[in-house]
Design a protein around this ligand. Sequence first.
Ligand code: SAH
Length: 364
Amino acid sequence: MSLRERLIAAVAAGGPISVAHYMTACLHDPEWGYYATRPNLGGDGDFITAPHVSQMFGELLGLWAAEVWARLGRPRLVRLVELGPGDGTMMADALRAAKAAPGFLAAGEVWLVETSAPLRAAQEAAMAGTAVRWVESLVAVPTDAPLILLANEFLDCLPIRQAVSTEKGWMERRVAVDADGRLEFAFLPSEAGEVARGPCLRRDEGGAPPRGSVLEWSDALTAFGQAIGDLIARAGGAALFIDYGRVAPGLGDTLQALRNHRKESPLAHPGEADLTAHVDFPAFLGAARQAGALISPIRSQGDLLRALGAEVRAAALARARPDKADLIGRQLARLIAPDQMGDLFKAACVHSPGLAAPGFEARP
Ligand code: SAH
């Protein structure tokens, strides 16, 4: 049975399913899910991420991790954890750059949180020669030593639910089956009214949003924020998240499917496309703070990378390879320019008390 047939059967048996249920099946179904069976990252694949734009991205995050370790007082053991490492490019670049920090790699144990078997294989190849441990879930990482965590485009995979404001109040947008047996969106009575009164919306928007407004929330994201906050509060350390998302509560439909670098309807090819949603950073960070960790003000990816020395690094690379100077300049612009990835992507840091997160210090 194909995933589409499976989903149609699920709707026939139990009624329309939530967007979260749909996303989880499309991404992680063991037999048909996108990440479980056919993840395809990079230029020839379905989507491209910052580590594929330039080696500078992973290198700067590697130096960030080494600096966190130094600010923690150079502990003898630290766990360097990446969530959703994709094809392993970013961690390989990070580890190469971090060799410049004497003692860091000897203290750092590399842990990768990954559910996808094909991506684990890609990570193993990218990091050949490095001792790496894989776990399916963050809770399997021990907390008897500080943690330094990196996650690029991981939170956007966590399943969201959606509601739409209608004349009958908030209705949940669910996945149903039409009269011809095709998947379609349908609107059902929803608990989203409760959600809308919660922290998802600013108070001034909580009253009567315009008809057709879409409200998104993610129980998985807030649970994850809580887990991160709890881990960092207990183990100490810092976690850096880079993703596209909102920096203030707000409305809007951000569910997106990408296949062969093209956007398509999320219902078009279940299991064959990458499905993501904008990260609700305030909800995520609020949960981490409630669990006992500190959070830094959200910065844009461009601001963070500049603060970490992206321009200096690009200039050094260009001096070493004058024949590639133009390319390096274009790659730098793609990462930091406001009209490219620089503003769309945001960086957020969850850290333990007493630690000033590198790149997030208050601006003059
Ligand atoms: N960070 C990489 C890949 C981003 S794609 C990059 O920037 O290129 C998302 C990654 O998260 C993939 O490795 C995917 O398998 C992993 N992933 C998605 N949902 C996950 C989950 N619930 N638990 C663990 N890993 C997950």
